[in-house]
Design a protein around this ligand. Sequence first.
Ligand code: APR
Length: 320
Amino acid sequence: MARTKIALIGAGNIGGTLAHLAASKELGDVVLFDVVEGVPQGKALDLSQCGPVEGFDAKLKGTNDYADIKGADVIIVTAGVARKPGMSRDDLLGINLKVMKSVGEGIKANAPDAFVICITNPLDAMVWALREFSGLPHNKVVGMAGVLDSARFSSFLAEEFGVSVQDVTSFVLGGHGDTMVPVVEYSTVAGIPIPDLIKMGWSTKERIDAIVQRTRSGGGEIVALLKTGSAFYAPATSAIAMAESYLKDKKRVLPAAVHLTGQYGVDNLYVGVPVVIGAGGVEKIVEIELSDEAKANLQVSVEAVKELLVACKAIDGSLA
Ligand code: APR
């Protein structure tokens, strides 16, 4: 049986980390694509030399030619410009929209059966545009944000409660950005919801509110520290979890930016919600009951995503 093929569009910080993770987990052979000549080839060669040390069998190839992604089973898109200090995700819109157009066309022509995971920011707008430009079915094009945002939330919560990250489950809904909605009632330690943990004296509402705020600006906190780019280890590992659920038909329940058709009162937009990811792509959208506060926050987030789409349509008339 031929090995699975994973194409990574963008061979920058996240792309390189994705390639390393995909190869070391033996998810399949890896093709790294970038517009810059030499970088994908160099990274692929360097990473293939990890194989003998780590003991993985995966072929890695760097390329500047979309023909090399032909037949890819999974495509993870990080192509574009990363956020610099002082730049909001939304500032990236104009530049990265053009990139999505070329990537979408490359995917359409070479790998229309792939499961596509978009990471490029501003996420909710870029994944929508990528779907439009590629013409792939909506259930095969998703955005990675929720796994990362909930990982950030979980890691802060585990630190607060002094427990293993393995026992923390957290949910984050909405757009990837300052309006994201960490849902406290559905976040637990070993099944005990946070509001109960507050009653038990494990933390206070004020401290949890501060953690929610830190989660919302979690990406910016890292940008401010790195100064020359944005987070890449956790974004890469989050996308790999989604790719693995698809390739192994694990049917994991993961938060992802997906195309909504009325769920949560949202129609024809990509917004982060819990979904089941299996061999069919997005197999189910999980519609959980939200508190009035979470509903109102989600609405703010949805409005922010809508504004981005209006801006996209104004920039590229073919999206209107
Ligand atoms: N086609 C393919 N690759 C491209 C294109 C394009 N049209 N335009 C730019 N690239 C490549 C760049 O050459 C670079 O190698 O995309 C890569 C982006 O890598 P980095 O700048 O290192 O950015 P990274 O940290 O990987 O983040 C990528 O993910 O989290 C988001 O905000 C982040 O949008 C950014 C993306």
